[in-house]
Design a protein around this ligand. Structure first.
Ligand code: FE2
Length: 370
């Protein structure tokens, strides 16, 4: 979808989409291999000692319009405490804008904590203006404004030869990014995005409390005007035992990104490839598929491959969607990835939460964290 200039004017901040997600990693070299081989990203650009940066390395990966930057410190510095506190985790949800200066000044005026003053970064491929503010936990948003840059990721990154090791699986763009915040902090962070960022409550039938016998969470989603940036925010709620959000908060040592949801337009093919390439997904009880069509109504797909691959289906008033969740992508039970294919539905899959919780609780029990 092309965003028209007129639409952007109605937005409080001129934000277009998520530009990239930066993860801090203990060993970006090996993580890059995992995201290339298992998730199908291509290694497109690099930054490190060879390009004149002394204190860290960054691998820029891309598939469709999904961009991940994996960064590892080379010295004990500002990144190291983040890593020991959180483990491998999302540091930056960078947002594409027409005016980084305006986004920075406006959000800081309204109460956002400044992290990096507006600054033009440049190399032979052109200029980009960047500025950064803080959000929940140690997560930040960098505003990215292209001035005349036509390089591979951002100024400072050097393009690398075409990646012949990547095994693309058809990932297109980021659909939504979910944050887990602490007990009773959800409303405050929803207010942060509505009051400071000018986002709207993204009202879906996912709202309200979601619980199983053991786990409970509260979730509210916000989005920017063009709906290309969607951030559901979760907080733990009291259940009989420890919920998955609480487990996250404990192992992450505080709030952070719980999952990044990426859209494909052929989920059966995408997931078959990802499984073949070693990505682990949550197991769904076989019984989930027995009465699936009674729950969601007619769908285009055959049930058999969905059952084989453990793909979930949910419907809202606008249509349906298919989704699946990986197991955590690191040893701590923190960040995971969702793959989603939308067929009209705009919500996030509340109908599946119960089946998912049962699966997640089984994993928590195996970890001794229930
Ligand atoms: Fe999601």
């Amino acid at each position: 979808m092309q965003v028209k200039a007129q639409e952007l004017k109605q937005d409080t901040l001129p934000l277009r989409a998520v530009h990239h997600v930066e993860l801090y990693c203990g060993n970006a070299k090996q993580s890059a291999y995992y995201y290339r081989q298992a998730f199908g990203f291509s290694f497109v650009a690099y930054l490190g000692p060879e390009t004149g940066v002394r204190d860290r390395v960054s691998y820029a990966l891309q598939q469709g319009k999904v961009r991940f930057i994996l960064t590892t410190p080379l010295k004990e510095d500002g990144i190291t405490p983040f890593l020991s506190r959180h483990g491998d985790s999302v540091r930056d949800i960078a947002l594409e804008t027409d005016d980084a200066e305006y986004c920075f000044r406006t959000t800081v005026e309204r109460g956002a904590t400044p992290v990096r003053e507006p600054e033009i970064i440049e190399d032979a491929s052109g200029r980009v203006k960047v500025a950064t503010v803080a959000t929940y936990g140690d997560t930040v948003h960098t505003f990215i404004q292209h001035i005349d840059y036509d390089g591979p990721m951002l100024p400072g990154f050097q393009a690398v030869p075409e990646d012949t090791f990547a095994r693309p699986v058809g990932l297109k763009h980021i659909d939504h990014i979910v944050g887990n915040v602490d007990w009773e902090q959800m409303d405050e962070w929803v207010r942060f995005y509505t009051d400071v960022f000018g986002f709207s409550r993204f009202v879906t039938f996912d709202d309200n409390d979601i619980s199983t016998e053991y786990s409970a969470l509260r979730s509210t989603a916000v989005s920017n005007h063009n709906k290309w940036i969607k951030f559901p925010i979760n907080e733990p709620a009291k259940g009989k035992k420890r919920s998955q959000i609480e487990e996250y908060i404990i192992f992450h040592n505080g709030p952070g990104v719980q999952h990044v949801a990426i859209e494909t337009d052929d989920i059966v093919n995408t997931i078959a490839k990802m499984r073949e390439q070693g990505v682990e997904f949550l197991d769904i009880p076989d019984s989930y598929y027995d009465d699936l069509l009674d729950r969601v109504g007619p769908i285009d797909e055959d049930i058999a491959p969905l059952r084989d691959l453990n793909i979930l289906v949910d419907r809202d008033e606008k249509g349906y969607m298919l989704q699946i969740f990986t197991k955590p992508v690191e040893d701590r039970p923190t960040l995971f990835i969702e793959i989603i294919q939308r067929k009209g539905a705009e919500s996030f899959g509340k109908g599946n939460f119960k089946a998912l919780f049962v699966s997640i609780e089984r994993e928590q029990e195996r970890r001794g964290n229930l």
